[in-house]
Design a protein around this ligand. Structure first.
Ligand code: 1HN
Length: 345
């Protein structure tokens, strides 16, 4: 049932003026803007960023702006629904492509939003998170949880590029976004936890009474292992699609409080139609080629490209080659807020 609600124009001007002077407004003319029927009415529009087009722009930023003048040398991927300069790619997800040149460092800071990076190009880059040095190799997922100090460095001899994903829009909305700065961190002289305590899936350091695991025990998820696991899943699965969620190895929870990450393999020729989900999402193509139709709009993607979809999008993926993508989504947030939803189609 849908009743036509009264409009502002239905009301006499003197009453409207008196309400404005009193600092109030009638709800009913605005009701459907904030509470549409059946499903949300997103501002976010599908986005697509071709890496081949971004790369020269990013390298140019490397010539034009020294890293000292940028703190982070990043080109922000703006949601087409919000327009150029929008500091978000979807309602809840910020995306940016970051460049670090050989020998450069990006100073330590920490902030309330959480970040994760997917490495796109180059060797020798690393991030230090709370003293732990995390190597950045192609396709790796590297976490920078909110409140953790992090700085970046580069020991290689060619540009390093990665995709940053942050829950920044939420923190901006909550008026909770701020940072602190510090000098570069001292690095512990040992490999990161993915190579030591959590080298093997299903094994965690022996539990000692009274000693709890770190909240974020593993900050780097090496791509080589993700790909190997997806390939095995695919071998024994039946759908031509394999998906793995990135989880905290101590708790099995999502890796960050608001953002989730899901790795997907699609076989060549495979058509995949996921359910309509209440999440907004971004896909980063680690390897492969194909196309995805989002609410009737088709993007053709290749390795290192990125694309996005609003909430409840109607999505069809079609791989032209065996393809590997990482989906960044806000399912952990929506689950915490008790409204995550999937609709059959
Ligand atoms: C940030 O801390 C990084 O640490 C990158 O590399 C992008 C965008 C907005 C706010 C903080 C980084 C960011 C950011």
């Amino acid at each position: 049932m849908s009743t036509q609600l009264g409009t502002l124009e239905d009301l006499p001007q003197d009453y409207r003026d008196d309400m404005a002077a009193a600092g109030v407004a009638p709800l009913w003319p605005m009701m459907r803007n904030v509470l549409p029927h059946g499903q949300p009415n997103p501002v976010t529009k599908p986005g697509y960023w071709n890496f081949g087009a971004l790369r020269p722009l990013l390298l140019r930023a490397g010539e034009l702006t020294p890293v000292e003048k940028a703190e982070r040398r990043v080109l922000v991927l703006s949601d087409p629904g919000r327009g150029a300069g929008a500091m978000q790619a979807t309602s809840s997800i910020y995306l940016g492509m970051q460049l670090l040149l050989p020998g450069e460092t990006a100073p330590a800071h920490r902030h309330t939003p959480s970040a994760a990076r997917i490495i796109v190009e180059g060797q020798g880059g690393f991030t230090v998170v709370d003293g732990e040095k995390l190597p950045m190799l192609d396709g790796d997922l590297v976490l920078t949880p909110g409140g953790d100090w992090h700085d970046h460095g580069h020991e290689g001899d060619a540009p390093v590029i990665w995709l940053d994903a942050l829950d920044l829009p939420l923190f901006v909305y909550l008026e909770g976004s701020y940072a602190e700065e510090a000098p570069l961190q001292a690095q512990r002289n040992r490999p990161d936890a993915s190579q030591v305590e959590y080298l093997s899936s299903g094994l965690a350091p022996s539990r000692t009474r009274g000693v709890s695991a770190r909240r974020y025990p593993m900050m780097r998820y090496p791509w080589a292992r993700t790909e190997a696991a997806l390939r095995e899943m695919m071998k024994y699965g039946d759908g031509g699609v394999a998906e793995l969620d990135y989880v905290n190895p101590e708790t099995g929870d999502d890796v960050l409080p608001t953002m989730g990450f899901t790795a997907m393999m699609l076989n060549a020729g495979q058509v995949h139609r996921p359910p309509l989900r209440s999440t907004s999402a971004a896909w980063h193509v680690v390897k492969g080629r194909g196309k995805t139709t989002i609410n009737g709009q088709t993007v053709e993607w290749g390795a290192k490209d990125t694309f996005t979809a609003p909430v409840f999008a109607d999505i069809t993926h079609e791989a032209a080659e065996d393809s590997f993508l990482i989906r960044i989504h806000d399912r952990p947030l929506q689950t915490r807020l008790c409204y995550y939803e999937e609709r059959a189609r």
